[in-house]
Design a protein around this ligand. Structure first.
Ligand code: GAP
Length: 479
C-alpha cells in the first residue's frame, strides 16, 4: 500500500512534525514549507544516502559546494537569461496566472506548444481551470530566475543585478578546471553537488512537489564525446536502481523519454524518472510526474563558458570568459570539450515519494486503524525509541534513559514515557521508527530488553550487552 493522495501526507507531515507550512503565524507564504524535527532528519538521510552512493562508493567522483549567487555572466552564457522561462497566461476574469504549457484543451493530445496555445486562446478554445472563462491573454515568456542586487547600490542599477541560482549545475561547470587540476582526474569522472536552488515558479503547488525554493542533488559526469550515449544509459539504470534501494517501489516509478519538443536547449536526450505522485487521478497518464531527470547535455556547457570557440567570422562566442574549459587527452593527444551526463534529482520530491510509498495502514485487534510509515530503516528519522513499561518505577525509567544515552552516539534514538505502551508504539509506527526498545520489570533482573519490529509487530528479547550491535545489524541499508 502507498498513500492514496498527497493530502494524506500533508496532514501526517504537519501532525507529526515532518513539514510545516512556512510563515504560518503571518498567514503563510504560498507554497513555502519548513522542515520540522522529523523532516530535517529524513532530508539528512536522503542527502547522506545520495552522497554515499554517488561520491564515497565510486572511484570516479569528486564533491563540490559552489555559491548560490554567481556572476550574472554565468546565467547569460548558460542561456538562462534568455530561455529559462515559462509561457505565462493571465485570466482576465479571475486574474489567475497560468502556465500556458499546462493548460488543457479538448481534442489535442499531448502537451500543447506555445504557438499552438496562443492560437487556441485566440479562438477561445481554452478555459481558465479556475473560473472557466475563455478570456485569456496571449502567452508571454516569464523568466523564472529570482533577481537580487549585490552591494549597497540602487535597486535599478543594472550593474548590481544578480540571480539566485535556478540549478546547482552551473556552479559545477564553471569549476570544471579547478576540480580537474586540483584532483588530477582523467576522463571519465564526475562532480557532485547538493544545494538549494530557486525558481519563481508560475504555478507552484502540490505540497513540496513544486516550490520556489528547493534542494537539488546534481552530478555532472564528464566523458569523451562518443562515449556519452552509453554513459547516459548506465546512469539512467543506476539512478532507477538507487531509488529502489532507498525505498521507492518499482510499481510507482517509470521512465519517461522526453520527446524532442520537450528537450532543453542543451540536451541531446533526457530521460525522467517519474513517480506516481497523483494516484487519485482517474486518468493513468496524469498520475505521473518527474522525480528526477537524467540528461545528456553534450558539450554545450563547457563550450559556452569557454573563451575559445569562435563563429564562422572568427568572432569569439564568449568574449567575457577568461578560461578555456577544454580537456587535453594524453592518450590521443587531442583537445576537446567533454560531453556531460547529468543525473539531477530533487531532495524534496525524493522525500515526498518516500513518504507516499512508505505510507500504510493496519488494523489492530481492537479494530483501530493505525498508520505505519514503512520507511527503510536507513531513511527513518528515528532509528530506535526507548520506552519504559512503567513510568512510575524510577529503576525502569533510569535504565531506559541510560539505554537511550548509550545508543545516541551511534544512532538517532529517543526516549518517550508520555503515554501507555500501546499509544507509544502507535506514535513510533506513524513516524516510521523501525525499532521500539521496551524496558520492563524483568529487564531489571535479566539485563535484557524487548525489541518490537515496526512492520511485523513481532517482539524479540535481546541482551543489553548485545543491543547496539543487534540494532546496527538490522539498520544496515540492505536490511
Ligand atoms: N540541472 C538540470 C535541472 O535543474 P530539472 O529537471 O529542472 O533539471 C532537476 O530539475 C530536479 O530538481 C527535478 O527532477 C526535481 O526533482 C527538482 N525540482 C526542479 N524544480 C523544482 C521545484 N520547483 N520544486 C521542487 N523540486 C524541483
Amino acid at each position: 500500500m502507498s498513500a492514496p493522495n498527497i493530502e494524506t501526507i500533508v496532514s501526517l507531515a504537519k501532525r507529526r512534525g515532518f513539514v510545516y507550512p512556512s510563515s504560518e503565524i503571518y498567514g503563510g507564504l504560498g507554497s513555502s514549507w519548513d522542515y520540522g524535527p522529523l523532516g530535517v532528519e529524513l532530508a539528512n538521510n536522503v542527502r547522506q544516502a545520495w552522497w554515499r552512493w554517488m561520491v564515497y562508493e565510486r572511484d570516479d567522483m569528486e564533491g563540490l559546494d559552489s555559491s548560490i549567487i554567481l556572476n550574472r555572466l554565468v546565467w547569460k552564457y548558460s542561456g538562462h537569461e534568455d530561455t529559462f522561462s515559462d509561457p505565462l497566461v493571465d485570466c482576465r476574469d479571475c486574474k489567475s496566472r497560468l502556465r500556458a504549457d499546462k493548460l488543457e484543451f479538448s481534442g489535442e493530445p499531448g502537451a500543447p506548444k506555445i504557438g499552438g496555445v496562443a492560437e487556441m486562446i485566440r479562438q477561445r478554445r481554452i478555459q481558465c481551470p479556475n473560473c472557466g472563462s475563455k478570456d485569456l491573454t496571449e502567452p508571454r515568456p516569464f523568466n523564472l530566475m529570482f533577481r537580487t542586487h549585490i552591494g549597497a547600490t540602487a535597486e535599478d542599477d543594472p550593474e548590481s543585478l544578480a540571480y539566485l541560482r535556478p540549478e546547482t549545475a552551473q556552479g559545477i561547470f564553471i569549476n570544471f578546471l579547478n576540480v580537474l587540476n586540483t584532483s588530477r582526474r582523467k576522463l571519465p569522472f564526475g562532480i557532485a553537488q547538493i544545494g538549494k536552488s530557486f525558481r519563481n515558479e508560475v504555478t507552484p503547488g502540490n505540497f513540496i512537489f513544486r516550490t520556489r525554493e528547493f534542494e537539488q542533488m546534481e552530478m555532472e559526469y564528464f566523458v569523451r564525446p562518443g562515449e556519452d550515449e552509453q554513459a547516459h544509459q548506465e546512469w539512467i539504470d543506476a539512478c532507477y536502481q538507487w531509488y529502489q534501494e532507498i525505498g521507492v517501489s518499482a510499481e510507482n516509478m517509470r521512465l519517461y523519454e522526453q520527446p524532442k519538443e520537450e528537450l532543453a536547449h542543451y540536451a541531446k536526450r533526457t530521460v525522467d524518472i517519474q513517480y506516481r505522485f497523483f494516484p487519485e487521478r482517474d486518468e493513468e497518464e496524469r498520475q505521473w510526474d518527474e522525480l528526477m531527470g537524467i540528461a545528456n547535455r553534450t558539450d554545450f556547457d563547457l563550450r559556452t563558458h569557454s573563451k575559445k570557440p569562435e563563429n564562422a567570422e572568427g568572432k569569439r562566442l564568449n568574449p567575457d570568459s577568461t578560461e578555456d574549459l577544454s580537456y587535453f587527452d594524453e592518450q590521443t593527444k587531442q583537445r576537446f570539450y567533454p560531453y556531460v551526463i547529468e543525473p539531477a534529482a530533487g531532495v524534496n520530491r525524493t522525500i515526498l515519494a518516500l513518504l507516499m510509498d512508505a505510507y500504510s495502514e493496519r488494523t489492530n485487534e481492537k479494530n483501530e486503524t493505525r498508520v505505519i510509515l514503512k520507511l527503510k530503516p536507513a531513511m527513518a528519522p528515528i532509528k530506535a525509541a526507548v520506552l519504559p513499561l512503567a513510568k512510575n518505577k524510577p529503576e525502569i525509567v533510569g535504565m531506559a534513559k541510560a539505554i537511550k544515552r548509550s545508543l545516541q552516539p551511534v544512532l538517532r534514538a529517543v526516549y518517550d514515557d508520555t503515554g501507555g505502551i500501546g499509544k507509544l508504539y502507535a506514535r513510533q509506527d506513524e513516524i516510521g521508527t523501525p525499532f521500539c526498545v521496551t524496558v520492563d520489570h524483568q529487564s531489571l533482573e535479566d539485563e535484557a530488553v524487548t525489541i518490537r519490529d515496526r512492520d511485523t509487530w513481532e517482539q524479540e528479547r535481546v541482551k543489553l550487552a548485545d543491543l547496539t550491535t543487534h540494532l546496527l545489524q538490522r539498520l544496515k541499508p540492505e536490511a
